[in-house]
Every structure is written in structure tokens, then in C-alpha cells.
Design a protein around this ligand. Structure first.
Ligand code: SF4
Length: 326
């Protein structure tokens, strides 16, 4: 049963990184400090049991949002508020988000057996009392993700990429989270394996009542997973709407360009070039609307004034001077 309560509320989130050269170099070269606004005034909510996807090109800030939500980075400004937890030993405390990373090879300790990798969060949170109970839970988790309990004795390098991502999912589920942040979880996998992992994640969401924040550059993947989509460009959300509304009636020119890049059915491995060239550097974003140098609809106002985020015709929000009025 899906609920309309919010699991996560993110309000006016901003993250600035100091990317200056070392002090001595700056003094010699007489250069000022440099700051990168990776995320700027990002606001969204994720309803319980739903999946919100953040999409955009590399460098748009979506992975920084993922790391802010999971506490790997602190915000420079803004708020991240989780609903109270209802499961496990954390009842009454705020929900905690577990993260599934893009590259399971890098996120699994190669020297540990799979059983220990999956058991670590169970032991850390004290979720089972005895070693036997931990073993039973690890076996259950491996079965839930489509692996065998016997796999607990093996090492990560003995598995394929898709199987390693299943191990990552089992480990993420081990701490009994209600919220998962999935950062490009299938982009390192073959297309056929991608579909299996996405199907697994969808069925786990339904069975366990999980809420997802799903990060991807691939709108085809996102359409399969998300109830709602937020499109990011140079650190800001430029359009957000329910998935079918966004696909049926994209109103921001950048969303329209992204939709044109969805891979061909005939050549699914080949990502199409995004029309309009490369995105500008987030270190030196264009004035006005940051998308104006690439935008086919750009007018004079676009290089002068940043478009405010406003209600989108048909529901959601959009930030574009030329978007249809509500
Ligand atoms: Fe294009 Fe102007 Fe809209 Fe920006 S505000 S997306 S430049 S039309």
C-alpha cells in the first residue's frame, strides 16, 4: 500500500566546495579563492513508498545531493528532514538512508567474504543477538536478492558485476532501512543485467515498502523506476513532475533535449550525443539562465535573468521563462 506521507523533505539545499589552489600558489599567481556551487537551492520531497529520480548529465549535482542526503557531505545551507523511523531498533528516531553505489566492485571490501560484508551492519546495529541468528539473517538476505546462502563463503571477485550489485543491495538491506539512495546503481552493468537489477529493486520496494531516491543520467532507466522525476542542470532543479507527465509533456528545453538522448532500441548500448554541446563549467556558470548558451529557445531575457521556479502546467515545477503558463 502506498502512502502519501513524506519520507524525506529537502528544503533550499545548497552545497559549496572550496576548490581553490593551495595558499602559496594563489599568492604567487595572485589568484582569488574559487568556489564551486555544486548544488543550489534544491527543494523536493519524496513520499513514503515512492521513488523520486534525480536525472541530469555528469556534473549537474545529482550525486552531490545523494551524498548530502546520506550524510556523507554536510549542507552549506538548507535542510534535510527525514520522517521518524518505523522499523528496526530505530523506531521514533529519524529514518536513515542507506546508499547503493554505482560500482559494486569499489564499494565491497575485496578481502572480506560475502557473509561478513552482509553481516557487518547487522552486528554494528545489534539487530540480532547471537552468531547463529546473524547467519540466518545473512542467508535470508542473500535469498531475497536472488543469491544462494552458500555464496556467503565466497569473495566479491568470484561474482559477476550484476551479482556484486546484488551483494551490495543485500548489505544495504541488512540494516533494515526504509530509505535507499541509489546512485547510478546499474550504469556499470550490461543492458540485460541492468533490467534484472532494476526489476529486483522494484520488487524489493513493493515487498519491503522501501522509499527510493534514484540517481541516474539515463531517462530510460528512470522511466522504469520512478514515480516522479526531477531534472537537474548545473546544480539546480529545472523541472520536476510525475514520470508520465514529464515524458508526455516535457516543458523545459533541457528536459526535451534529454528525452532526445534516450538510447535507440536498435543500439541500446550507444548513448546518443546530447544536442547543444557540452554543459558549461559549474565553476563559472553562465549569467541568467545557466542553460541559455545551449538552449534553442533562448531570448534576450534568458541571458539577463535567472528564471524562477514556478508551478508547471499539468503539475510539478519548472524554471524557464518560456514554459507555458499555468
Ligand atoms: Fe531556454 Fe530561456 Fe528557458 Fe533558459 S529560460 S531554458 S534559456 S528558454
Amino acid at each position: 500500500m502506498r502512502s502519501s506521507e513524506n519520507a524525506l523533505e529537502v528544503d533550499q539545499l545548497t552545497r559549496v566546495f572550496d576548490v581553490s589552489s593551495p595558499w602559496l600558489n594563489r599568492m604567487i599567481e595572485r589568484k582569488p579563492k574559487r568556489y564551486l556551487r555544486a548544488v543550489q537551492d534544491v527543494t523536493f520531497t519524496v513520499q513514503k513508498g515512492r521513488c523520486l529520480a534525480l536525472v541530469g548529465e555528469s556534473g549537474c549535482g545529482k550525486s552531490t545531493v545523494a551524498r548530502l542526503v546520506t550524510g556523507l557531505y554536510d549542507p552549506t545551507e538548507g535542510a534535510i528532514v527525514f520522517a521518524p523511523a518505523r522499523k528496526g531498533l530505530r523506531i521514533g528516531r529519524p529514518m536513515e538512508a542507506q546508499m547503493i553505489f554505482q560500482d559494486p566492485h569499489a564499494s565491497l571490501n575485496p578481502r572480506w567474504r560475502v557473509g561478513d560484508i552482509v553481516a557487518e551492519p547487522i552486528r554494528e546495529f545489534g539487530l540480532r543477538d547471537t552468531a547463529e541468528e546473524v547467519d540466518v539473517r545473512v542467508a535470508d538476505l542473500l535469498k531475497i536478492v536472488g543469491l544462494s546462502p552458500d555464496d556467503s563463503r565466497r569473495y566479491p571477485h568470484e561474482f559477476s558485476g550484476g551479482q556484486r550489485q546484488r551483494i551490495s543491495i543485500a548489505r544495504a538491506l541488512a540494516s533494515e532501512p526504509e530509505f535507499l539512495v541509489c546512485d547510478e546503481p546499474t550504469s556499470a552493468l550490461d543492458v540485460s543485467v541492468q533490467a534484472q537489477i532494476l526489476n529486483l529493486m522494484r520488487s524489493l520496494q513493493d515487498e519491503l515498502g522501501l522509499t527510493y531516491l534514484f540517481i541516474s543520467h539515463n531517462l530510460a532507466v528512470v522511466r522504469h523506476m520512478a514515480d516522479r522525476i526531477a531534472v537537474m542542470y548545473l546544480g539546480r532543479i529545472v523541472e520536476e513532475a510525475d514520470t508520465e507527465a514529464l515524458f508526455g509533456d516535457p516543458q523545459h528545453p533541457y528536459t526535451q533535449l534529454l528525452l532526445q538522448t534516450i538510447p535507440d532500441v536498435a543500439a541500446p548500448n550507444r548513448d546518443r550525443e546530447l544536442m547543444g554541446g557540452e554543459p558549461p563549467s559549474p565553476l563559472d556558470p553562465p549569467k541568467g539562465c545557466a542553460f541559455h548558451p545551449r538552449c534553442p529557445l533562448a531570448a534576450d531575457i534568458c541571458s539577463r535573468e535567472a528564471p524562477p521556479s514556478r508551478d508547471r502546467h499539468g503539475g510539478g515545477v519548472v524554471a524557464c521563462h518560456m514554459a507555458p503558463s499555468t
